[in-house]
Design a protein around this ligand. Structure first.
Ligand SMILES: *Cc1c(COP(=O)(O)O)cnc(C)c1O
Length: 390
């Protein structure tokens, strides 16, 4: 049938351009070593930065949570699906990140859709960094607000857009740690502009929560305090579980409960996950060694990659991209790493403007793991350079 032929042709075209995507099947839990299609690989592509996804304390909390609350929540939060353990997690989360109130979501993608569509609509304007996460961009489209994108981390460009805007409400939106580059947004500068132009500042801290600010995230790391900040952390990355939480002024949280359609019209996440998240917060708070170990891994990796410093991005986070000249070499290097026992994702357009290997480091790795990857990468990059010269 014609409609199937069309999709099939488009898929074939993607294959030809090196843009075809495929899932790999894991046969083990998440961790530094994973079994993938029958082979054990050292895993450098998860966002499990603290090594909590398969932690015994979280497993135990999830089991106890299932025994206490059952598996399904049975309804949306506003109907009869909001459990005491959801409530306990929200309060604990708000206090941990230093804001007065919080609201939990099933995923970060949904939290972004919910917050942006509730805070901005027709006649309003959203100002967004060009490298923001796809879910933030999708959310702006759904909101029907005007969409003004500024060059990556360019405060002067943002200020020009704000100054020129005659719109109703203004919302500035940024990743705090950019998911594919690992660099920080200029958070103090963004907040200053939000104050000067009477805007709200929505920060997506998917990659900062648990890692930065002694685990409290980007606001603590950069000492930001303001009623204008709406803060979002995802809980399937460093926190090792699933979901997301938004923290803000109580009026904003109340407005989200009343207005955010992706919050209102969906079944609440299983309460057992909130119980696992409470256990995760305990470990994020008490086990500073995980962040110290991660910092040592980041330093070691960058030091060993110094001969190819021009391929690295100025990143102090566990996200350490290695830039590639094209899709084909990104795929070839990723395949060569896999043959050597290392799993590193090749990230290509349209996810990112420039193809790259996205190396992510975790406290679950040993320093030997990190050194082995870095040594293999240096060797492969040298070979790649020789080929380029030939
Ligand atoms: C992963 C991610 C999300 C989506 O969160 P999920 O919980 O995976 O849906 C949102 N924003 C950023 C920056 C992310 O990296």
């Amino acid at each position: 049938m014609k409609i199937f032929d069309e999709y099939q042709e488009k898929l074939a075209a993607r294959k030809a351009m090196g843009l075809y995507r495929q899932r790999r099947v894991l046969e083990s839990p998440q961790g530094a070593r994973v079994t993938v299609e029958g082979r054990e690989l050292l895993n450098f592509c998860s966002n499990d930065y603290l090594g909590l996804a398969n932690h015994p304390a979280l497993i135990e909390a999830a089991q106890a949570g299932a025994a206490r609350w059952g598996v399904g929540s049975g309804a949306a939060h506003l109907v009869c699906g909001h459990f005491a353990v959801h409530e306990a997690f929200e309060q604990r989360f708000a206090a941990w990140v230093g804001l007065p109130a919080a609201l939990s979501f099933s995923t970060g993608y949904m939290a972004n859709l919910a917050v942006i569509t509730a805070l901005a609509g027709r006649g309003d304007t959203v100002f967004a960094d060009k490298l923001n996460h796809a879910s933030l961009n999708d959310a702006v489209q759904l909101s029907r607000a005007h969409f003004r994108r500024y060059a990556h981390n360019d405060l002067a460009a943002l200020e020009r857009l704000l100054a020129a805007s005659t719109s109703g409400r203004k919302l500035i939106v940024s990743d705090s740690v950019f998911s594919m580059d690992g660099d920080f947004a200029p958070l103090a500068g963004l907040l200053e502009l939000a104050e000067r132009y009477d805007a709200l500042l929505y920060l997506d801290d998917a990659h900062g929560f648990g890692v930065l600010g002694h685990g409290r995230g980007a606001l603590a790391e950069f000492g930001l305090v303001s009623r204008r900040i709406v803060y979002m952390a995802t809980l399937g990355k460093a926190a090792g579980v699933a979901g997301a939480a938004v923290a803000a002024d109580p009026v904003v949280i109340d407005w989200l409960i009343n207005q955010a359609r992706p919050y209102i019209y969906t079944t609440a996440a299983p309460p057992m996950l909130a119980q696992a998240l409470l256990a995760s917060l305990d470990l994020i708070e008490s086990e500073a060694w995980r962040r110290e170990r991660l910092a040592a891994h980041i330093a070691l990796f960058r030091q060993m990659l110094a001969p190819f410093a021009d391929r690295l991005i100025d990143s102090a986070t566990p996200i350490q991209p290695v830039l590639m000249r094209d899709n084909a070499s990104a795929l070839a290097l990723s395949a060569a790493l896999k043959a050597a026992g290392f799993w590193v994702a090749a990230i290509r357009p349209p996810t990112v403007p420039t193809p790259r290997l996205r190396v992510t480091l975790s406290a679950a790795h040993t320093s030997e793991d990190v050194a082995a990857l870095a040594a293999c990468l240096v060797k492969l990059l040298k070979d790649d350079l020789l080929k380029e010269g030939a």
